[in-house]
Write a protein that binds this ligand. Sequence first.
Ligand code: ADP
Ligand code: LRH
Length: 462
Amino acid sequence: MDVYLAIDFGAGSGRVMAGFVSEGMVNLEEIYRFPNRQVRLGDHLYWDFPALFADMKQGIRKAVQKGFHIKSIGIDTWGVDFGLIDKNGNLLGNPVCYRDSRTDGLPEEVFANTDISRHYAEVGIQVMAINTLFQLCSMKKSDDILLKMADKLLFMPDLFSYFLTGTANNEYTIASTSELLDARSRTWNWELIRQFGLPESLFGEIVMPGTVRGRLKKDIAEEMGVDYEIDVIAVGSHDTASAVFTAGLGDTRHSVSAFLSSGTWSLLGIELDEPILSEEARLAGFTNEGGVGGKIRFLQNITGLWILQRLIAQWEETHKETGYDALISAAEDSDITSVIDVDDPAFSCPADMEHAIADYCRVHNLQIPQTQGEYVRCVLQSLAHRYKLGIEQLNRLLPSPVEALHIIGGGCRNGLLNRLTEDALGIPVYAGPVEATAIGNILVQALAKGEIKNRDEITTII
Ligand code: ADP
Ligand code: LRH
């Protein structure tokens, strides 16, 4: 059977999905799922790129062994992180994780002497310490030798594609998370790059979703047991871009519907044709990321289920309950009312998430959770509360208010969170699809291959 392979790397896990379009439907099969984790080594927090690359190949191999004929491959990943390659094409060190402390305090330092409103009016990106811009500034500040040796900067999906095909370029949606693009012209903001003293040669050709990046290299094809040519296609290479491409499309019940891409992060917003670069948008923490088809993803980056993921990882170590069903049911039975600010830096990378929540509650005179159920309830109602705030802020910027919310991604499997969100927002909340990212990834490949003609056809499929 002919399939497209969607390779989707989230911060929590990666997956290889096979998909095909038939009779107006997208059919998906999960081929392989693997964990993704941050690894602390010395003073830094890294991603394990070689292991992730091996897992990706394992997924491709499994698809071949299952008898699938692969028409093309599309790769998407989490945002902002990157690898540097030298002029011989070698990877210079493992990519550093955006939660590394190297960028702590850098935005304040950088914008002490820069007009932040003017900056936002050009790049349209919510200033966050995790962004590529600040990661590069930190390397420059510490005189990092890797920056001097680097020939090209490749964002994570660019890097995976590069080692599959040998072609080095930068896909638009993922590049938009860097805070180095001009939001309107959708290309590198060279003035900004020069202003921060970053080597211009690092930044390559920007390719749009739907472009063929290259062919699977011969040696890798042989290793995978493939004797035919496979295109690697630039999809919405930022996972959120692939996910929101499909969110709410075809929803004719409401004239304005927002999306919430719910996973490690919660990305709450709406798709627009052009960016909103006003001071109001900046102050409300909105970002204008690049979307598929030249669209703009106008959204807030909200700390999402990461907090719950960390609690569960801790409970696993102490042999406590870790199943989602049991934890959510315990949360349903709990009546704690404490609401924490999920975006407080205290929750971004604490050594102990339970302590971080308890300390926050103590300092803010809130009831401190005692049981696992109370911890989960506290996190979920805090997320719902944050979404309400986000929708209110969005409504103030839009000509007419949001009428419905589509929650997509793994987090939409959390029925309690969906319910708490609907109660907080007072508008209909629709859950699904869970694998929105893989679906968006596959649909762009089908568009690129001419199997789907246009967005209207996609709307029917969705
Ligand atoms: P990412 O791509 O950021 O790693 P995913 O879209 O895979 O995120 O979603 C992961 C999240 O989905 C987890 O943090 C978890 O909260 C939620 N999740 C996964 N499985 C379940 C489940 N069975 N019930 C409820 N929530 C779940
Ligand atoms: C979600 C995500 C999000 C941010 C973050 C770094 O997986 O891509 O949109 O960019 O990771």
